[in-house]
Design a protein around this ligand. Structure first.
Ligand SMILES: NC(=O)c1ccc[n+]([C@@H]2O[C@H](COP(=O)([O-])OP(=O)(O)OC[C@H]3O[C@@H](n4cnc5c(N)ncnc54)[C@H](O)[C@@H]3O)[C@@H](O)[C@H]2O)c1
Length: 289
């Protein structure tokens, strides 16, 4: 999607970190931005910061773990800007812990925000993008934790793998309609993700602490979010599916794939499967994407 000037972006988790950096990058490229977030004060400050740079911005308070709230935010976006073209399903929270020790309410919280939030955002906004026929783009924020699974971060990793899967399938489904789907997979970025529980809704246990499964120092030693915002802008303009920000992490993905291929080698050599023809070769040959 090349022509972004005058178009509108909706960004969840827009009051901080990567979401706010995307808003600035998009705004500098001439887009209007609608920020959605669960944190009211940060949201107001974020809009002020954008307006100070002459970016047309508005905001809506929204908990992405509630389908009705995301639908209301979509309606507010149309009220404010008439149309919407780019939707960033970006709000996310960290959560992890030793196996068997993750609280049930933390599992629910991480899954509802990181996974269901992306689903609600896509389902609420797709009809709105389809209706104007000018094309559009969904950016779903996953993580490098959607490509490899560091131990101790399983709730987070599971949601991010799921966001990669959704994005791959939706990318193929929507390509004929001139609607792109990209999945953002950053490594460490210097944001407030290590303080995720500041915004945990009461029904998931309320604000407080959460076991992240990763040291805060790694997050705070990450790259600046501004570079990530710029990278996403490039990716929208170049119609990219996989959006990486840490090219040196390629080795981690290669190592995972090598282990997966070893599994196929074992299956090929397996006496248990000897003489078995795999069914539906034409489907397998066509691949899934
Ligand atoms: N920072 C990193 O190292 C890193 C790496 C990979 C992926 N990510 C992903 O990037 C995305 C953005 O996180 P960030 O790093 O900018 O963190 P951040 O904490 O700075 O920003 C996240 C924003 O999401 C908002 N939010 C939290 N729960 C919400 C809810 N229920 N509804 C609406 N908004 C909610 C927060 O208020 C905050 O403004 C997340 O999906 C995260 O998983 C971050």
């Amino acid at each position: 999607m090349r022509d972004l000037k005058g178009k509108t972006a909706f960004i969840t988790g827009g009051a901080s970190g990567i979401g706010l950096a995307m808003a600035h990058a998009f705004g500098a490229a001439g887009m209007n931005v609608m920020l959605a977030d669960i944190e009211a004060e940060a949201l107001a400050a974020a809009v002020k910061g954008l307006e100070e740079r002459q970016i047309r911005a508005d905001s809506v308070l929204c908990d992405v773990s509630l389908r009705s709230a995301v639908e209301a935010a979509a309606a507010r976006t149309i009220e404010a800007f008439g149309k919407v073209h780019v939707v960033c399903n970006n709000a996310g929270v960290g959560g992890g812990g030793a196996i068997g020790e993750v609280k049930a309410s933390d599992w629910d919280w991480v899954i509802e925000v990181n996974l269901m939030g992306v689903i609600y955002g896509t389902e609420a906004f797709l009809p709105l993008i389809r209706s104007h026929g000018e094309g559009g783009y969904f950016i779903n924020t996953a993580s490098m934790a959607g490509m490899v699974s560091p131990p101790g971060m399983e709730p987070y990793n599971a949601t991010k793998f799921a966001v990669v899967a959704l994005s791959e399938g939706w990318n193929a489904q929507l390509a004929p309609e001139n609607i792109g789907v990209g999945v953002l997979c950053p490594g460490f970025v210097r944001t407030q993700i290590d303080k995720s529980a500041r915004n945990r809704p009461d029904r998931f246990g309320g604000a407080g602490e959460v076991e992240l499964g990763v040291a805060s120092a790694l997050v705070q030693g990450g790259i600046p979010p501004e570079n990530v915002g710029q990278r996403v802008l490039e990716a929208i303009q170049n119609d990219e599916l996989y959006i990486f920000t840490h090219p040196n992490m390629r080795v981690a993905v290669e190592a995972r794939f090598a282990r997966i291929m070893e599994g196929f080698d074992k299956a090929e050599a397996s006496p248990a499967l000897a003489g078995i023809e795999s069914p539906f070769p034409e489907i397998v040959d066509a691949g899934v994407n």
